[in-house]
Design a protein around this ligand. Structure first.
Ligand code: NIG
Ligand code: FE
Length: 396
């Protein structure tokens, strides 16, 4: 057995049957001061209070008063991509919008061209640098999407790379087939949707989820429904980033695990989400980078809904996978309390990627995927002092 003792604050404790938190419950989390936690075979076996423990041994770890929390779960990333889009950064500074850059053949198509010229080995290597970066920042579970292939070979290359990452790292990885990210070069819109549907049987060999960029200028709710009806994979949908897109409704109708972005959600759509198994997921990093409105997280929670926050790590709208920055924006820009934001980047984001039975909280039987901080940290400081290094060790 492994033991961590002398923990200043153990936070993120949840009962076994709580797989997500909604409404007022999003503002609550179990905490113990002066605590210990025991781990066996990578699972949490027990925890309690007191500075010593009967089974304390030389192998036990002295937390020296640091905080222990569940590691971050990032339920929405596009971190497998080739090269960079830093050229477009200047276009953006000069005033071009995301849609204008895309309409000029930049954006997602630019990443697809780069990916086409990059070998599978090199794509893996470049992506692993980002994977290591986010694990070092405390991410213990992450979802990664395809969507920069935009042709059968490219999409399958991405799904194989994600699969290889899954088998190479200690963090949990879920893979999403996002063939419908943009219409690939040389296809008509209709032919492209047909291609995506035709590729599903092959993609399903690797993918855990299906996603569609259901938004103005990309794919319609009708395209989305056709794609979702062609697979039994659970859906995670890009909705309401650029416009009120209908993605929330089509996602909920198809039992989506999550609807993501939600920069522009209406009251009616909040009603549609109530009482469903679909996790509203907001991506403040893309609001920040693209200058979009921030999701209405405060109002969602007030309405009794749960909210997850994720990074959207990608080269075009959120070139960062820093979940503490996400948490800080959840507080500063979306008016979540630090505990609400913490639950949004742990338990609720674990739910949004289908792993909250194993990740996202301190619960007996769950994976001991934990962050041990330096002494003197608490959940408020985590979001408030969001740039200060805080991690002593990440356990997977
Ligand atoms: O979630 N919106 C669609 N996809 C990404 C952006 C992808 C890109 O620009 O490369 C997003 O923001
Ligand atoms: Fe995205």
């Amino acid at each position: 057995m492994n033991l961590i003792y002398n923990i200043g604050l153990l936070a993120g404790i949840q009962p076994e049957d709580v797989l997500r938190v909604e409404g007022a419950a999003q503002g609550c989390t179990g905490m113990l001061e002066n605590a210990w936690i025991s781990i066996e075979d990578g699972r949490i076996t027990d925890f309690g209070t007191g500075s010593c423990h009967p089974e304390q041994s030389e192998e036990s770890l002295d937390a020296q008063g640091g905080m222990v929390i569940p590691g971050f779960c990032d339920s929405h990333t596009h971190l497998v991509y080739a090269g960079s889009r830093d050229g477009e950064f200047l276009d953006k500074i000069n005033g071009l919008s995301y849609e204008e850059i895309a309409a000029r053949g930049g954006g997602i198509l630019n990443s697809a061209d780069l990916l086409g010229r990059t070998s599978e080995e090199e794509l893996f290597r470049q992506s692993m640098v980002r994977v290591q970066e986010v694990m070092d920042k405390g991410t213990v579970a992450l979802e990664i999407k395809s969507g920069y292939g935009l042709c059968p070979e490219g999409e399958m290359k991405m799904l194989r790379v994600i699969d290889r990452i899954k088998r190479s790292i200690p963090a949990a990885v879920k893979s999403t087939f996002l063939g419908a990210h943009a219409v690939g070069r040389g296809y008509s819109h209709e032919d492209y949707v047909d291609m995506v549907i035709g590729l599903i049987p092959e993609a399903q060999k690797y993918a855990d989820f299906i996603d569609v960029f259901c938004d103005e200028g990309f794919f319609t709710p009708e395209d989305t429904a056709r794609i979702l009806e062609a697979t039994s994979l659970p859906a995670k949908i890009h909705a309401n980033e650029l416009a009120v897109s209908g993605g929330v409704e089509v996602g909920v109708q198809h039992g989506a695990l999550s609807v993501d972005h939600l920069e522009r959600t209406t009251e009616a759509q909040m009603e549609v989400l109530k009482g469903t198994g679909t996790m509203p997921t907001m991506l403040p990093g893309s609001s920040f980078f693209l200058g979009l409105p921030y999701g209405r997280a405060r109002e969602f929670v007030k309405a009794g809904l749960g909210v997850a926050l994720a990074s959207d790590y990608n080269p075009g709208s959120s070139p960062s996978g820093d979940m503490r920055f996400v948490m800080a924006q959840g507080c500063i820009k979306m008016r979540l309390t630090p505990i609400e934001a913490f639950n949004a980047v742990t338990l609720n984001s674990a739910y949004a990627m289908g792993v909250s039975d194993r990740y996202g909280s301190v619960t007996r039987g769950k994976k001991a995927a934990l962050i041990l901080t330096e002494p003197g940290w608490d959940l408020t400081k985590l979001a408030y002092q969001y740039e200060t290094p805080f991690i002593r060790k990440v356990f997977f």
